[in-house]
Design a protein around this ligand. Structure first.
Ligand code: AP5
Length: 214
């Protein structure tokens, strides 16, 4: 099963992608996580990406497309994968389509997790991320057992640099301008599924599973 997760920043794409990856035993490929890991390791890609991410802007397509295309060709992706945060622009979607066509493959579902902007800012300010394994929490909706400590690996939980309110606003503007057009793009391909992302995490998860298993 090859799935794309669509939705605004903070809509819950990452939360749902991790749950789906666990259920279906397929890799969760998050371009945001890949960039953050590169930033942490001080790679050339990380240094380039950080300039854009800190401003709430998208990393240029040429730094993003090849990365994902190489990743989905790996052996662990042969039975499927979940793309989280990619594609994010029409050129990225076209680049993915071309790569899939070459592989004789296609996307099964593009799942759009719908959450209004006013809910997003509240979610982002409460999000905490594990600096080590990337697990995501929320101080109210999905709190860790021990404050500030990752349940999964015991590392420190941090507020992401790009979760400051002014950067979140910029990310929302960029989302509406550059990423939202992908909803029509995948609707026209007949693979779009829209779910209400304002519900409780488990309810959102069940709605997505219902779509995938219908
Ligand atoms: P990325 O890491 O992809 O960030 P994003 O799309 O902005 O999405 P987020 O990770 O912020 O949110 P999410 O939807 O995954 O929500 P989450 O599950 O964490 O990208 C970061 C940056 O990298 C971009 O701005 C860009 O610069 C760059 N980048 C990445 N990919 C790129 C690409 N393809 N091209 C160019 N640039 C790229 O949930 C949010 C919070 O809400 C959490 O605290 C969670 O616990 C909570 N929550 C989740 N679900 C619920 C629920 N149902 N109810 C209540 N709370 C909930």
């Amino acid at each position: 099963m090859k799935i794309i997760m669509l939705g605004a920043p903070g809509a819950g794409k990452g939360t749902q992608a991790k749950m789906l990856a666990d259920k279906y035993h397929i890799p969760h490929i998050s371009t945001g996580d890949i960039f953050r890991a590169n930033i942490k390791n001080g790679t050339e890609l990380g240094n380039k990406a950080k300039v854009f991410m800190d401003k709430g802007m998208l990393v240029p397509d040429e730094l993003t497309c090849d990365l994902v295309v190489d990743r989905i060709k790996q052996e662990d992706c042969k039975d499927g994968y979940i793309l989280d945060g990619f594609p994010r622009t029409i050129p990225q979607a076209e680049c993915l389509d071309q790569a899939l066509e070459t592989l004789g493959d296609k996307i099964d579902y593009a799942v759009d997790v719908e959450v209004p902007d006013e809910n997003i800012v509240r979610r982002m300010s409460g999000r905490r991320a594990c600096a080590s394994c990337g697990a995501t929490y929320h101080i109210v909706y999905n709190a860790p057992e021990k404050e500030g400590v990752c349940d999964r690996c015991g590392a420190e939980l941090i507020l992401r640099d790009d979760d400051k309110p002014e950067t979140v606003q910029k990310r929302l503007t960029v989302y509406h301008e550059q990423t939202q057009p992908l909803i029509d793009y995948y609707k026209n391909k007949g693979v779009l599924a829209q779910v209400d992302g304002t519900k409780d995490m488990q309810e959102v998860f069940q709605s997505i599973v219902n779509v995938l298993e219908k």
